[in-house]
Design a binder for this molecule. Structure first.
Ligand code: BES
Ligand code: ZN
Ligand code: ZN
Length: 490
């Protein structure tokens, strides 16, 4: 995508103007209305157009201007978060035009401030994402036609400058969506680790541990999950040291089950293909690290992803097997499909013992139960620290990737006791997301920790927001990047 910031209006392709409410047009819309003999007002009056963020009206072959199309798009007027409204505005226009045949979109923004103008481009970029590379027979009319985004306005220089960091963020979201979308035969623990290794070019320091390294460290909880796979399990570590030397880092940990069959506790076959996305937590952490490095964040942040494939096999872990985690606690694996927590606890242990973090946050597509609780509207948030939970909630609201906090407590904790070992890896019939979080909490001690269960958010069958793509959302990248900027940068 070619992106330009200018103060001259190029009328080739589509020209887009904003409307705040039915009777509240932008000055650019007014100029357009005059040039076209009242077309903008007529179009608004003849459609059910209220100016809500994301609403789009399209006028083809307008007279009075050179543009092929005039796009009248809503941005809304009374939002608590105008940043997001402008993102939705840009995204709505891109969704409408991406395969329309138009190659250039010019957003005419008048005196709009640079920060909001930059958000238009960011929203449009999020909406322009496609996962088409495996479609060899896609007809031309279904291929994207838009190759240019232009912002024409007085604050173009400031917009350009502020967009630079958002472009890196968009690249992080794209990376996460790619990782989640790719099937298990393409993104497996080894190829995922290789993709992480490539992030070195952005200034991240990368380290990859293999099975031998992890066995030496005693990480048998993580290793037990990959025991049935032909791929070698990996732990990939990404370091970004943009903060003060010696400041304790924030550690981000991701569940990277590149395919979850359930193992010997095999999942039903119908819908199992979705489990190619069971590395959504690892994808979010990887995408966030890519974004933070790209924009040279003033913070020390470490990303750790536990990469395994959960397969049934003669070498696979059996239900009832007892394993010892790296911190010495023993686990009775009653269900091999509750594997995410087994991966996370050793990755959390590695993060805590190696880096002494000020805060540690894990992200995982951990439980189907979180979808029962929260649907696909909020990620689940669990934490042993109110200030961390509040910071994450604030970042979620600001970024448009919302979280909802759920409780922890000793009553829930008891549900994972077993007479055969220190704990079992499943609870009882109820509160499945909470017992999973209790399991993790047994490994973090007093380090401020939060767990985000994003099983309902990492992919969606239907697009819920114009900024999202059809399946993989990239959920977590924008949230984590915002969390670092709001809470860990000056
Ligand atoms: N990867 C799944 C959770 C999941 C389900 C993610 C649906 C996304 C959509 C996880 O490994 C799993 O299978 N969890 C089990 C836990 C149970 C056995 C205690 C579940 O949720 O059923
Ligand atoms: Zn599972
Ligand atoms: Zn899983």
């Amino acid at each position: 995508m070619k992106i330009e910031f200018t103060n001259t209006i190029d009328q080739t392709g589509a020209v887009c103007v904003a409307v705040y409410a039915k009777n509240k047009t932008s000055s650019a819309a007014d100029v357009m209305d005059t040039a076209t003999d009242g077309m903008v007002r007529k179009a608004i009056a003849s459609a059910r157009f209220t100016g809500k963020a994301g609403q789009v009206l399209e006028v083809l072959a307008p007279s009075g201007v050179k543009a092929d199309r005039v796009i009248i798009a809503g941005v809304g007027s009374q939002q608590d978060n105008m940043e997001q409204a402008w993102e939705s505005f840009g995204a709505g226009v891109m969704q409408k035009l991406i395969t329309s045949g138009v190659s250039a979109i010019t957003f005419v923004v008048g005196a709009l401030d640079g920060a909001h103008a930059a958000r238009i481009v960011f929203g449009a970029m999020l909406a322009a994402y496609r996962f088409d590379q495996h479609r060899t027979t896609l007809s031309d009319d279904k291929k994207p036609s838009v190759t240019h985004i232009r912002i024409a306005g007085e604050q173009h220089a400031s917009a350009k400058q502020q967009y630079a960091a958002l472009h890196e963020l968009a690249q992080g979201v794209y990376l996460a969506r790619d990782l989640v979308s790719e099937p298990g035969n393409i993104v497996n623990p080894e190829s995922f680790a290789a993709r992480v290794q490539q992030l070195e070019v952005h200034g991240l320091e990368i380290e990859i541990l293999n099975e031998k390294d992890m066995a030496k460290l005693g990480m048998h909880s993580l290793l037990s999950v990959g025991a049935g796979s032909n791929y070698g399990s990996k732990l990939a570590i990404m370091k970004w040291s943009g903060g003060k030397k010696g400041d304790a880092p924030v550690v981000l940990v991701g569940k990277g089950v590149t395919f979850d069959t359930g193992g010997i506790s095999l999942k039903p076959s119908n819908g199992m293909w979705d489990m190619k996305g069971d590395m959504g937590g690892a994808a979010a952490v990887t995408g966030a690290m890519r974004a933070l490095a790209g924009r040279k964040a003033n913070a020390n942040v470490i990303g750790i992803v536990g990469l395994v494939e959960n397969m049934p096999d003669a070498a696979a872990t059996r239900p009832g097997d007892i394993i010892t985690s790296a911190n010495g606690q023993t686990i009775e694996v009653q269900n091999t499909d509750a594997e995410g927590r087994l991966v996370l606890v050793d990755a959390l242990w590695y993060g805590i013992t190696s880096f002494k973090p000020c805060r540690i946050i894990d992200l995982a597509t951990l439980t189907g139960a979180i979808i029962v609780s929260l649907g696909q509207e909020n990620g689940g948030l669990f934490s042993n620290d109110d200030s961390l939970a509040n910071d994450l909630s604030a970042a979620g609201a600001a970024s448009g990737e919302p979280l909802w906090r759920l409780p922890l407590g000793s009553g829930y904790d008891k549900l994972i006791d077993t007479p055969n070992a220190d704990m079992k890896n499943i609870g009882g019939a109820g509160a499945g997301s909470i017992t999973a979080a209790q399991f993790l909490q047994r490994f973090v001690g007093d380090v401020p920790w939060a767990h985000l269960d994003i099983a309902g958010m990492a992919w969606k069958d239907k697009r819920a927001d114009p900024r999202e793509s059809v399946w993989a959302t990239g959920f977590g990248v924008r949230l984590l990047e915002r969390f670092i900027s709001l809470s860990h940068e000056d």
